[in-house]
Write a protein that binds this ligand. Structure first.
Ligand code: COA
Length: 403
């Protein structure tokens, strides 16, 4: 008999699987709020650390609370020496997300409050540690893979300022620090996106925060989620000249491929974060090399035009990843680290969601409709023929469809 229950759309589209106080995505209006605060107010006015406080503690901090959080984040910036030693042994060609995911998991091994039963408390203290150390891992690996010594973090700089300092050894100009800070604010949370859902599923089994954060990182890396901006950058590099954008898009769609950085499951209008990222890409480009912003602008226009023709009635607009590419690239961050940068911002949301999940936890365990064969009589191995269930090339035949 088929499993009973309501069959939902593939990909859980439109299915409400839980509740959250942390952020709200209103896809038709194109509005994103963190605990009620509009991203359009937070992006220009609040720092990443203020948003971390808001997500973890439920309100915007006053000056004293913010200073205290900054001090705690600064104090959590050192990495255990064995983790740095391990990074030195990793092949220099390793993908930064592989290194980050493994290192975040490895943080559990060197956490001073390691309890006897192996389960680390999933509380704001662990969250602050993970949020503080994630960019440190990214910056350290960036140096190590270039054959350079990692630079000691500074406690007096912001998360964004310290990250840029640890890459180059120079305190960044305030425009660069502000741009990266705004990027981290924009990426900090986004309701039940795939990686956050993954974190909540993992936490719901009462696995600890390190395990749930590692699961989130693993889920983020695919290009239907956080893996897209590196591919946006590759498209911009391939296009090379704005006038080539339209033909490039037409060729891509003719090959049945998707345009990275375009489209969103929830937003039926342009992603509200894209506006801020576009402004930053433009400003950073004007101060260094305007090419990447101009290419991105041409690609978005071409993609909108061609997609409107190819898929009339389907709203496909730029998402957060699109202008992430020229923004981060203009900050000197290489394309293969873009997903790591997403992780630095989203670690705030992931850890806040894990805490929220555990505050009223019930195991997340959905059902599936079974589509395999009906109950079969068991055949002992000695009675299974030579070509048992196989095609001529030895590959098992597909199971017969269930009647
Ligand atoms: N390029 C071309 N076509 C796209 C597209 C894109 N970027 N995004 C969606 N579409 C089309 C699909 O081909 C599909 O067309 P069809 O119904 O004719 O088959 C339709 O729009 C619905 O797409 P689907 O992939 O089912 O939507 P979704 O809600 O599952 O997907 C994304 C949302 C983000 C996965 C999707 O838009 C996408 O793959 N975008 C590119 C990758 C990306 O930017 N990822 C980062 C997301 S923040």
């Amino acid at each position: 008999m088929p499993t009973s229950g309501t069959v939902v759309d593939r990909g859980l589209e439109g299915v409400v699987v839980g509740s959250t106080e942390l952020s709200n995505v209103e896809g038709r209006e194109g509005r994103l709020t963190y605990r009620g605060y509009d991203i359009h107010d937070l992006a220009p006015h609040a720092s990443f650390e203020e948003v971390v406080y808001l997500l973890l503690f439920g309100q915007l901090p006053n000056k004293h609370q913010l200073d205290d959080l900054k001090a705690r984040m600064g104090a959590n910036r050192m990495l255990a020496q064995p983790l740095l030693d391990w990074m030195e042994l990793v092949p220099k060609t390793a993908w930064p997300m592989d290194v980050l995911r493994t290192a975040v998991s490895g943080l559990a091994l060197y956490t001073p409050f390691q309890p006897a039963d192996g389960w680390h408390p999933s509380n704001p203290r662990t969250a602050i540690m993970l949020i503080a150390k994630t960019p440190i891992i990214v910056a350290a690996w960036d140096r190590i893979r270039r054959g350079l010594e990692p630079i000691e973090p500074r406690v007096d700089l912001s998360t964004a300022g310290n990250f840029l300092y640890m890459r180059s050894g120079e305190v960044p100009i305030k425009e660069a620090e502000h741009a990266l800070d705004t990027y981290l604010v924009l990426l900090a949370d986004h309701s039940y996106n795939a990686s956050t859902f993954s974190a909540r599923v993992t936490a719901s089994t009462r696995a600890d925060m390190f395990a749930a954060a590692t699961a989130a990182l693993a889920t983020l890396e695919g290009d239907l989620h956080g893996g897209a901006p590196g591919k946006v950058m590759a498209m911009l590099q391939e296009i090379g000249k704005p006038e080539r954008a339209e033909q490039y898009v037409r060729d891509l769609l003719a090959r049945g491929e998707k345009i990275m950085g375009m489209g969103h499951r929830e937003y039926k209008v342009r992603d509200p974060r894209a506006q801020h990222l576009e402004e930053m890409a433009k400003e950073l480009g004007e101060a260094s090399d305007p090419k990447w912003y101009e290419l991105a602008r041409a690609l978005e226009d071409a993609a909108r035009k061609v997609l409107q023709e190819a898929k009339p009635g389907k709203p496909i607009y730029a998402n957060v990843e699109f202008y992430t590419a020229p923004t981060l690239y203009s900050l000197g961050i290489p394309a293969d680290e873009f997903t790591c940068m997403f992780s630095c911002g989203r670690m705030a949301g992931w850890t806040a969601h894990i805490i929220e999940q555990l505050s009223d936890n019930r195991l997340i365990r959905p059902q599936a409709t079974y589509t395999g064969p009906a109950v079969m009589p068991f055949t002992p191995i000695e009675e299974r023929g030579r070509n048992n269930g196989s095609s001529s090339n030895g590959v098992p035949k597909a199971s017969p469809a269930r009647p």
